[in-house]
Design a protein around this ligand. Structure first.
Ligand SMILES: Cc1cc2nc3c(=O)[nH]c(=O)nc-3n(C[C@H](O)[C@H](O)[C@H](O)COP(=O)(O)O)c2cc1C
Length: 257
């Protein structure tokens, strides 16, 4: 927060504090601390998350910035176990296509990539799936067990996608949706929850849309999995500022502050 005016008069102390709910401890944290520590959580306790809590997350997330304030997001809170399982089944094929690309040293599904090398890697998906069947189930295989699954949709009629005609991969539309997703994850952290945004199911978008009766002009932007974390990372691995910030030009000197 840059302006004193935007600060709450009294900030809550950072760190662990007792919550109103005796059974749980809630993290009340400083904004900067939250931004630096909200890592992906994929291991959840079996404890359910109440609808009240999920509602609160969405109620906070809706203040996300978005192009023209058209608020193109839509959320399907998936509660039906059969629908959750169907989403898992739509997640898995993409995951088994992702893994061999990683193993081949590719950035999976990169916007600009060697499509031949990618196709060769993806051809190994059945082998990867068979290998996974013999291993203990991971997050992907247990996706449907996530206490909360939120399917995040984007109404394309409300997305001001100013880069849509540039003849390159478009970015701007997503920028009106993903801050909302990030707000959910930040608010979840504050509630003592953890989670992750997933995009693997989008590789099977027609299946997701058919499953949820999503109309043509609405796209799937992700599926958020949330729950009370088994554990939470305290240090996230990210590149230093000098590796991505330069002065005046793309190839200018490193910005070192
Ligand atoms: C746009 C986007 C798509 C992602 N898709 C997936 C996904 O499909 N499955 C998954 O497990 N994690 C997914 N993630 C989570 C990333 O893997 C995670 O943010 C990144 O690896 C950093 O991990 P960390 O927070 O544990 O350091 C996605 C994250 C973003 C922002």
């Amino acid at each position: 927060m840059s302006s004193e005016l935007s600060r709450p008069a009294e900030r809550r102390p950072a760190g662990r504090v007792a919550s109103a709910t005796p059974s749980r401890t809630v993290w009340a944290m400083d904004l900067i601390e939250a931004l630096r520590t909200t890592g992906a959580v994929r291991d959840f306790l079996p404890e359910p998350v109440s609808d009240d809590v999920v509602y609160r997350l969405l109620d906070t997330a809706r203040f996300a910035p978005n192009g023209g304030n058209r608020q193109a997001w839509q959320v399907v809170v998936v509660q039906d176990p059969a629908t959750k399982l169907a989403l898992r089944d739509l997640y898995l094929p993409g995951w088994y296509e992702y893994l061999p690309q990683m193993e081949a040293g590719l950035t999976p599904f990169a916007a600009v990539t060697d499509r031949e090398a990618e196709a060769q890697a993806i051809a190994r998906a059945p082998e990867i799936a068979a290998r996974a069947a013999d291993a203990p189930p991971g997050f992907a295989e247990r996706f449907h067990e996530s206490p909360v699954l939120l399917v995040l949709l984007a109404n394309l009629r409300y997305l001001a996608t100013v880069d849509r005609d540039l003849g390159r991969y478009t970015l701007v539309g997503g920028a009106s949706i993903y801050p909302f997703a990030w707000n959910i994850l930040l608010a979840a952290h504050e509630e003592g929850l953890g989670g992750v945004i997933t995009t693997m199911p989008i590789l099977r978008e027609p299946g997701v849309k058919a499953l949820l009766d999503v109309p043509d002009h609405v796209a799937v932007a992700g599926v958020l999995a949330l729950g009370y974390p088994v554990k939470r990372a305290t240090r996230l691995t990210r590149n230093p500022v000098e590796s991505f910030a330069t002065v005046d030009r793309y190839d200018g000197p490193e910005f070192t502050g």
